[in-house]
Every structure is written in C-alpha cells, then in structure tokens.
Design a protein around this ligand. Structure first.
Ligand SMILES: *Cc1c(COP(=O)(O)O)cnc(C)c1O
Length: 390
C-alpha cells in the first residue's frame, strides 16, 4: 500500500527532532554533524538565534498580505541584494525552480519586446540542474530526471559544460540566453573556470544574449564570496537564488539588471506567496549576518581548511578517493566506491553528507562551521575511509 506521504524520495530511515549550529539530534537520541545543511540551505546552521528571533518577532506581527500591496520587507531585502550585486532589481518567489522559471520567462520576453519573438531558446550545459518543474527539468536536460515525463518542454539545448567552442557553435537566430551554474552542484561539484565564465559573457555580448547564472546553490556565501561569479570578476544579466537565502525558510529570488528586467511589467509574472513578510524577515536577517565584518572571509578560510584536510585524506586513501573538488564550503569527494555506500557509512558514523552526480559525496557544512567541527568531520571521514578501503 502506498504511504500517506507520496513516496517520491529515497529517504534514509532517520528523523531529526532538534538542531543547533552544525549539529542535529535524531528521534532516537543520536547526535549528528550536519555537513549537508539540508542540501546547502541552512547556511547559518540550525536555530541561529538571530534567525529564530527574526522569525518569532515577525510571526507575532504579520505573516502574509499578498503582492496586491507593498511589502516593506521586500523593499528592504531587494535593496540589500541590489547593493551587494550587479543587479538593479529582484523578484521574490519560494524556491530555486521558481526563480529559474522567472529567469527563463524574462529572457524570452526581453527578446519578444525587442521585436524578436523567435528568440526563445536557452542554451544550457550538460550535467546541469535547474529544478523539477517542467521547464527547469528541460533546462537541466538530464535523462534520469526527464524519463517518463514526455513531452519535454521545448526551447532548451545543451552543450558540454566548460566548452566555449561548442557553446558558440550552438548560438543561432533563436537563441535568447545562456544559463549555467558557476559551480555545478547536483551534477557533481564541477567549478567553471573564470575563463569559461568570461567566455560566456563575451559570447552573450557579441550575440545580444542574456547571461543567466543559476546561483541557487552557489549563492549566499557558499563558495566564500556572496555570489560565486564574483570570484571571476564579471556579472551576468540575471541571477537566481534560493537555498541559503532563507537559511531554511523557503524563499527564492530572481535578480536582474534593469535592461533585462524591464520587460516584466505589472501583470506579466507573479507569485501568491513570494516574498511574504515571514520570508523577508528571515532573508533580511540572513543578509545582515552575512554582511558582518569578516563573515565571508571566514567562510573562505574554513573552506580552505576543509579542503586541505580533504586533500590530505585523498592522499591517505587513494583507493577510495579519486579526487576532491569544489569551491569554498561547497566541496565534493569523487569516490572510487559507490557514493551512496560512502554516504551511508558516514551517516552511520554520525556525519551527514549529500550525494551528487558523477559519484560524488558532497560536503556542504553550514557557513558558521568552526575548526573543531571540521576536525571532527575529518576524523569521521578518516575512520570511515579506512573501513571501506577494499
Ligand atoms: C536546488 C537547485 C535548484 C532547485 O531548487 P528548488 O528550491 O528545489 O526548486 C535549482 N538550481 C540549482 C543550481 C540547485 O542547486
């Protein structure tokens, strides 16, 4: 008999009842070190006192009014995001997929308004992940996610990630935009080189395309800069955010330049829940905490520390680790044994991780992680890697 909860996930048989910082407690009383952060979401750890207070205060004041009225929290958060980025404006929604839907609609309408309605096609990269709605599934283009859901939403083509020649060859009279993740997350922690990102910018400029960065996973400090593309010192026309933006409260955003966003006039796009006062109270506080002096530098330092610990483990366990890769606190171990087996062993040993494509185990600790927790995780990894060495 089907379970009351629709069985769309392969879940581990474990439930958590409490969290604090980088730690979670399961209903059977065990303590776990959380290096998954709910898939890069709880950027400030569990129950960060400032987020708890922001949410509680807002909950006692006003939850929801809809977008029929001004929402002062949106004005505040959008102002902050605009001040910290290339963007001039932000649209709020509830998830990463929705943020990407906004980006895709914007790219198409931008060209339609400019008198080129045939320019509706988005060039994406192989190995991409952009969400689970019908359009974002087509944008991801992964067979394992699309299978059984034909017809595939048209308007997306794919070229190998990292290959500028293939990208340029795919540009045609119907191309509207290029959409990529600065570091592919679900695809296996594959960072784009700065040269590749600059090449995308140049191609977009040359052919009048919009450049969309999906920073749903890489954004909000995950890579040691507020937005991952800032490492490469260039700007897209559109950027999507979600995961870390609400620190665990569902909220997404699509940021854009005035030129790109001018097409989305009143009535062209919307969301009932998007950017409600609760979401904005939390997102605003996430931004406040991340803007504190030294916060982002510390993420970079902790990322480098975890990375060097992992590199040392890779040298000690070459039979199990093929490679360590990623950026900041978005790191992956490409395993020589099934990543699902390694993840399950780490879970049993008290360390939560997340699987990714290309047989990678993802390490996505909260950005507030400290030395002691990194040491604890490395020591669980060391023991587990010894155990699984064939
Ligand atoms: C998680 C993710 C999404 C989808 O976000 P949802 O909130 O699950 O819709 C889109 N793009 C990237 C890069 C992601 O990592």
């Amino acid at each position: 008999m089907i379970s009351a909860v629709m069985p769309t996930y392969g879940r581990a048989d474990i439930a958590f009842e409490r969290g604090e910082g980088a730690w979670l407690w399961s209903t059977d009383g065990r303590r776990y070190l959380d290096f998954g952060s709910g898939v890069a979401v709880t950027a400030l750890g569990h129950c960060h006192p400032r987020l708890v207070k922001a949410l509680q205060d807002q909950a006692a004041t006003l939850w929801h009014t809809s977008n029929l009225y001004r929402v002062p929290g949106q004005e505040r958060v959008a102002g902050r995001l605009v001040a910290e980025s290339f963007a001039d404006t932000a649209f709020f929604c509830n998830s990463g997929a929705e943020a990407n839907e906004c980006a895709i609609k914007m790219a198409r309408k931008h060209h339609d308004d400019a008198g080129s309605p045939q320019r509706g096609q988005i060039i994406c990269a192989t190995g991409a992940f952009h969400g689970r709605t019908l359009a974002t599934l087509a944008a991801g283009g992964q067979e394992k996610h699309l299978k059984g859901f034909d017809p595939v939403t048209p308007g997306f083509v794919h070229v190998p990630f990292g290959n500028l020649n293939a990208l340029r060859a795919a540009i045609g009279p119907e191309t509207a935009a290029i959409m990529v993740e600065p570091v592919q997350g679900e695809g296996g922690l594959v960072p784009a080189s700065a040269d590749y990102l600059r090449g995308l910018r140049a191609a977009a400029d040359e052919f009048g395309l919009l450049l969309i960065f999906d920073e749903v996973q890489t954004g909000m400090g995950r890579t040691g800069r507020l937005f991952a593309h800032q490492h490469a010192d260039l700007a897209p026309d559109i950027m999507t955010l979600a995961k870390g933006l609400g620190g665990g409260f569902p909220v997404g955003a699509c940021l854009a330049t005035e030129k790109a966003a001018a097409c989305l006039t009143a009535g062209t796009h919307g969301s009932t829940f998007g950017g409600n006062p609760l979401a904005m109270a939390v997102a605003g506080t996430v931004l406040d905490v991340m803007a504190e002096p030294g916060f982002m530098d510390r993420v970079a330092v902790m990322g480098a520390r975890l990375r060097s610990g992992l590199d040392a483990l890779a040298a000690r366990h070459p039979a199990v680790i093929e490679e360590v890769r990623g950026l900041g606190l978005m790191l992956g171990i490409k395993a020589r044994i099934p990543n699902t087996e390694l993840s399950a062993r780490l879970l049993a040993a008290g360390l939560l991780t997340v699987g990714a494509g290309d047989n990678v185990v993802r390490l996505l600790p909260p950005l507030i992680i400290g030395d002691a927790e990194i040491e604890a995780a490395l020591s669980i990894l060391d023991r587990t890697l010894t155990e699984v060495t064939p």
